[in-house]
Ligand binder design. Structure first.
Ligand code: F6P
Length: 304
């Protein structure tokens, strides 16, 4: 997100725009929590996780009065347009701002990669690489101690992180909300592996499927194998961005400002087939970004 903030500021300044940061998301917009940003104020942040502007949930912004208040505060501060970095909830807010006369452009920032209309969201690649690093470290114990490991990764509603990390990390089974794998099948695969002489296994569970601890307990009870569970948790939401994420955020942030300067609003910046695209924000909401069948099939074939 910081790479996106940096790009918004620097592209904006290059176009002659004065840029103001809103701290603490929509709550800060209502409170008028603004900070002037120039090219120096976003120096040395491109490599930092999180967001220097900080973020917060706002119940007040969910109400029509809160939304009007937010627009009034922005207008009073001389703000003519907004770039909103976030996911579904942030985009709904951006639509309301635009409807109330404050043009807003959405930039997709979520590790879950579950926003329709873009191949990738900012943070996804970094989160997957964090998972991959964990998988490789866990493998060391799995192989040395002949153990079965269950690794729970994030993805409340979607299995993108689990699928990408599991494929890249060579997991034996990947449990996704999109294609449920019965525990009997997980156990059968594990047993087939052991019969072939396999002495360790790694199973990735997306949190949307259920608890990694429950999966681990089932495996232990049904097989008697020495099984351990790791829940990666919020470690997946922090850390320095990968090159791919820093690039994506930089491109999307810059394009968002360009669209505002062109007088446009209510749009979303996505990346499709490596090209940036702009689509109406409303067209990407309430739509599920499916994981391609090809990847789901591949995960099964390679898991064996
Ligand atoms: O950003 C979305 C997400 O990563 C989900 O996959 C996860 O369930 C959630 O965030 C957890 O975040 P928190 O518990 O901080 O709300």
């Amino acid at each position: 997100m910081n790479a996106a903030v940096r790009a918004v500021v620097r592209r904006g300044v290059s176009l002659g725009v004065q840029v103001v940061g809103v701290r603490h998301g929509y709550a800060g917009l209502i409170a008028g929590d603004f900070i002037d940003l120039d090219i120096s104020s976003v120096g040395d942040i491109i490599h930092r996780g999180g967001t220097v502007l900080q973020t917060a949930r706002s119940d007040r912004f969910m109400t029509p009065e809160g939304q009007r208040e937010a627009v009034e505060k922005a207008r009073a501060a001389g703000i003519d347009g907004m770039v909103v970095i976030g996911g579904d909830g942030s985009f709904r807010g951006a639509i309301r701002l635009t409807e109330l006369g404050l043009p807003a452009i959405g930039v997709p920032g979520t590790i879950d990669n579950d926003i329709y209309g873009t191949d990738r969201t900012i943070g996804f690649d970094t989160a997957v690489n964090t998972c991959l690093e964990a998988i490789r470290k866990i493998r060391d114990t799995a192989t040395s101690h002949d153990r079965t490991f269950v690794l729970e990764v994030m993805g409340r509603h979607s299995g993108w992180i689990a699928l990408a990390a599991g494929l890249a990390g060579g997991a034996e089974s990947i449990l996704l909300p999109e294609r449920p794998l019965p525990i009997e099948e997980v156990v059968a695969r594990l047993k087939r592996g052991v019969e072939r002489g396999k002495r360790h296994s790694l199973i990735i569970v997306a949190e949307g499927v259920g608890s990694g601890f429950d999966v681990g307990r089932e495996i232990r009870e049904r097989t008697g194998y020495d099984t351990r569970v790791t829940v990666l948790g919020h470690i997946q939401r922090g850390g320095a961005p990968t090159a791919a994420d820093a690039m994506l955020a930089s491109r999307m942030g810059a394009r968002a400002v360009e669209l505002l300067v062109e007088g446009r609003g209510g749009l979303f910046v996505g990346e499709v087939d490596n090209e940036l695209v702009a689509a109406p924000l409303a067209s990407v909401l309430d739509r599920r970004k499916e994981i391609p069948e090809e990847l789901l099939d591949l995960a099964e074939v390679l898991a064996i």
